[in-house]
Design a protein. Structure first.
Length: 235
């Protein structure tokens, strides 16, 4: 519809532009707190926790420790497996049933991951915002938008992990999966750093301050990449 109006009384003009423009330029005014919370706590917190718990050996150990603590005090109802199917996993015919304890520990793990990741990523971003000048919340929101490529890539990797496992179970060779994951993460990190460099240039012409702020954004990537490294290569 817009294309048919292109050139008509100069009302609409179609042109090409970099996808970075939406974040680097428009994000300066349009970024807000809800978007920032979605990126930092949602995509980089809740999502990572939801994907990661299945391979984290400490999750099983924590659940066993809590179960033993409860049993020693004759508190056994959390081990009941009568939660409704719409609340927790409940497939007894497949021997796949979650107890109330399983659900509580799972939610606790996801919540703790969201909190830790949110703080670990927010602090360097706040430092970057401060290095660019007097504290402005809008600048912090804008810098958080630079993490969109890495956040989106992480969601894709987490969702595709189940697909890879299903393919492996069917005997399909998936030796290429980790190499592809690494390539996608490297690309997402580079894209994020390009966006961060562009955003810092919106706030200061001083190369030194800009480089320091960019370095702070680089630090914000460390906990995110560490989380994915544990999930795919260390656990």
């Amino acid at each position: 519809m817009c294309g048919r109006c292109s050139g008509h009384r100069d009302a609409v003009t179609l042109c090409t532009r970099s996808p970075n423009h939406e974040i680097v330029v428009l994000g300066e005014q349009l970024a807000n707190g809800w978007q920032t919370a979605l990126i930092l706590l949602g995509l980089l917190g809740v999502a990572i926790g939801a994907f990661q718990w299945t391979v984290n050996p400490q999750w099983v150990q924590a659940k066993q420790f809590i179960a033993e603590w409860l049993i020693e005090r004759d508190i056994v109802w959390p081990m009941a497996e009568n939660a409704p199917w719409w609340l927790l996993t409940h497939y007894p015919e497949l021997r796949d049933v979650f107890s109330w304890l399983d659900g509580a520990v799972l939610l606790g793990y996801i919540g703790a991951t969201a909190l830790v990741m949110g703080v670990a990523v927010s602090l360097p971003l706040a430092g970057a915002a401060r290095l660019l000048g007097a504290w402005q919340r809008q600048r912090f929101y804008h810098l958080a938008q630079a993490l969109i490529p890495l956040a989106g890539c992480g969601v894709f990797l987490g969702l595709s992990a189940l697909t890879v496992n299903l393919l492996k179970g069917q005997g399909v060779p998936v030796f290429w999966a980790n190499d592809l994951r690494l390539a996608l993460l490297v690309g997402a990190n580079l894209w994020t750093l390009v966006l961060a460099w562009g955003i810092t240039g919106r706030y200061t012409p001083a190369l030194q301050r800009r480089a320091l702020a960019w370095g702070a954004v680089l630090l914000a990537l460390v906990p995110v990449n560490t989380a994915w490294a544990f999930m795919f290569w260390l656990w």
